[in-house]
Design a binder for this molecule. Sequence first.
Ligand SMILES: C[S@@+](CC[C@H](N)C(=O)[O-])C[C@H]1O[C@@H](n2cnc3c(N)ncnc32)[C@H](O)[C@@H]1O
Length: 315
Amino acid sequence: MISHEWRKGLQPTHSDENGPSRHPREGGGPASWIPAFAGMTRKERPPKEHTPGKVYIVGAGPGAHDLITLRGLRALRLADVVFYDALVSPELLAEAPSADLIFVGKRCGRHPVEQHETVRMMIERARRGDIVVRLKGGDPMIYGRGGEEALACNEALIEYEIIPGVCSALGAASFAGIPLTHRGVASSVAFVTAHSAACLGKPDLSWGHLVKAVDTLVIFMGGSWLEPIASALVGFGLPPETAAAVVSHATHENQQTVVGSLRDIAQRVKEAHLATPVLIIVGAVAEFGETLNWFERQRLVASCTAAEDFPTSAL
Ligand SMILES: C[S@@+](CC[C@H](N)C(=O)[O-])C[C@H]1O[C@@H](n2cnc3c(N)ncnc32)[C@H](O)[C@@H]1O
């Protein structure tokens, strides 16, 4: 039980006016307070012997380190241990200089640390009284196993918080200048994955109904399957001229966007040598990537200015 001395450091979530508060694990109605370490600095944090550990499942954002939320950053600065994914930027890890940094990233076909092992280590460290940050690319609740990890904490009776992050689809949309909805052009969007079946050797293309119902599709984990995805979408009824864009390393310094149509996008991406991770955006809004691609244009201008060779035609 947390000592009274440290109560003042715990952020109330409901008023304490109705008498003594209960710990959430004591049951009997909604929690009146929970330890909210992320509101403290490292110095203010109670010593471990006075507090149970806690897991923060944190969205790191799409890539650029300053796209994490303030709450996520606070949790990171307080962490004793950070379990981080492959797409997390090194600048963010530098925000936790005294934490143990444990890489648990996964890429298609390569699992250096199995998911159950990651969860086991997180829970073990929280039981020791540690502040555990599980730092995940984008948002933890979009293709991020955030739900699975929260369920595991629930089962183990470990306190946890889920701190949202900017999903890579939203980062790509903003940084590539492709609004996922746009008045008069697109009013609905769906996030889909090509990944699960792709690892088994064939892309997951059971999206016939989506093609008819949704204006914009954002396809995750489809970088290796561009050609079959594009032809399947045409097979499901989308015209081959439908606009499509592929955004590689969205929001990173090396972001690259290729815009085309379902007919030629795979070839264009091949010619541009785009590297994964990529997001595929399909629908009329993809065309905006030609005109609103402010981020890559800005980088081009900066590099031309640096080289004192500034082609105004690039603007
Ligand atoms: C396992 S999912 C994780 C998604 C993440 N939770 C999110 O909210 O963005 C990984 C996939 O997200 C996409 N992705 C993540 N970061 C990206 C980035 N910076 N640029 C392009 N695609 C990205 C790619 O499709 C990648 O294969």
